[in-house]
Design a protein around this ligand. Structure first.
Ligand code: NI
Length: 161
């Protein structure tokens, strides 16, 4: 009798194609630490946690590569830039607004929150070539008076699903 093929369980998530099983060897202590950490992060199992780690690694490598040596068929990078600044700083609001107008094609949206009497939080959503996203982030976070700026990047690609 022919053995029935097992289909991947329908998790309601994106179809990620055929699953391949593989074994990993590692030190017991390292695995215990990993298991404790993924339990704390509410992962259902090791496979899901390892898939996320691999995706994160591949996305980071892709973004890094496209920022330094962009390829002709590169996908747009998605970024969020988080800023905290002091709005009392002379001219800073005007400079930040001018920069955002200069790059209106890449900066899709911005959110401004008045944190207290002096400080503002701004979160920008960006989408565009990696090198341009990086340049915008550098110019804005480097502006005098910006206390902290952090760019987070990702990419939407079937390669990483
Ligand atoms: Ni404000």
């Amino acid at each position: 009798m022919k053995k029935e093929q097992t289909k991947p369980k329908n998790t309601g998530k994106l179809d990620r194609g055929e699953l391949t099983r593989f074994g990993i060897s590692m030190e017991r202590k390292l695995l215990q630490k990993f298991d404790q950490t993924i339990h704390d992060r509410h992962y259902a199992n090791r496979s899901e946690a390892i898939r996320d780690l691999i995706r994160d690694y591949l996305v980071s490598e892709y973004v890094e590569q496209q920022m330094t040596t962009p390829s002709a068929d590169a996908r747009p990078i998605i970024g969020t830039l988080t800023l905290v600044y002091n709005h009392d700083m002379y001219d800073l609001n005007a400079r930040l607004t001018a920069l955002q107008h200069d790059y209106h094609e890449t900066i899709l949206s911005s959110m401004h929150v008045h944190l207290d009497f002096h400080h503002c939080l701004e979160v920008l959503a960006l989408k565009g070539p990696a090198s341009i996203v990086r340049d915008i982030a550098n110019q804005i976070t480097g502006a005098r008076g910006v206390l902290h700026g952090k760019l987070t990047t990702t990419v939407v690609s079937p390669d990483f699903c």
